[in-house]
Design a protein around this ligand. Sequence first.
Ligand code: FAD
Length: 325
Amino acid sequence: MKIRDILKEENKTFLSLEFVPPERGGSIDNIIRVMDTLMSFSPSFINITNHPPITHYVEMENGIAKMRLSKRPGTIGLAVAMKYRYPSVEVIPHIVCKGLSKYQLEDLLIELNYLGVENLFVIRGDAGVSDGNERPKDEWKYAKDLVKQISNMNKGVYLYPVDNAVPTNFCVGVAGYPEKHYESLNFEEDIQHLKEKIESGADFVITQMFFDLDVYKRFVDAAREANIDIPIIPGIKPVVSLRSLRNIPKRFFVNIPSELVKSMQEAKTPKEEWMAGIRYMSKLVERLLDYGVPGIHVFTMGHGKSTKDLLKAVFGRQRVTGQFL
Ligand code: FAD
């Protein structure tokens, strides 16, 4: 089922969960275990993040080897494995522009189409620190370029000129930044670039994490003002320690409200920090639901317990019996 159709279902607030593939050489058993424990909350869809290849220099027996690979490969495999394991849940692999040429992306999209993947989340990705000149020559510059490529394929127009090409049928989500993307000159410019992604064919937006309802409201108001009328799903990160809270601004360029900082700082033990985080985040989710969001998207980072505690705090016992609103 297409995410845009799930989002149209009336009287239903949905839950979606985002997972990160394990590091190279890791097993997917842990992710499956975490997903199994969260299935009782009846998520409507699961996103699997994607990590583009970057250049690594690795010490080997016969010297230093240069390797260009992803630290966390396996997005497509994991997404399809999840689709088989949880037939009632849609999966959304993330597809990143960086690291692949547009022609390699065309091949990847054909692969996904054959696998029966209907929903994609398209992002540009960030340049790897050691990337230098290693990037493919025909790489897309912005996410909107890949969204457009997919829209064209949905009309049967491939980059390689083929007659009577079979149209693909993808539904596409893109990223939005309630506190603006870090490269944008200002909020208004960022909204205009978001609009370009929608005009290129995106069906829904999932936001970067934020910690203040007013930040989300301001973003949605500005998007609506700019005639962006597709669903804007709030991205929620359960924060349960002061240490992880401190890492968030430098990694994600978002502001942490004083109320959350204070409650975390006042906590005397890790358990109190955990509870302070869950209390704050569950209040935020409740306020979002009251405000009328279409659903919530939780960045689990593979941590089942904090996600479960958050969902239990918001939805209480009925969620554990498998009904989500
Ligand atoms: P874009 O939409 O291309 O925007 C990037 C910057 O360019 C913005 O500042 C934008 O305003 C600007 N811009 C856009 N168009 C133009 C233009 N025409 N002219 C000038 N400037 C322009 N990263 C991963 O590597 N893997 C993931 O799985 C992943 N998942 C994510 C999930 C979510 C929900 C979010 C919010 C982010 C995710 N990211 C992921 C991070 C994302 O890749 C980075 O934030 C990246 O820096 C920007 O990606 P984008 O798709 O928003 O880029």
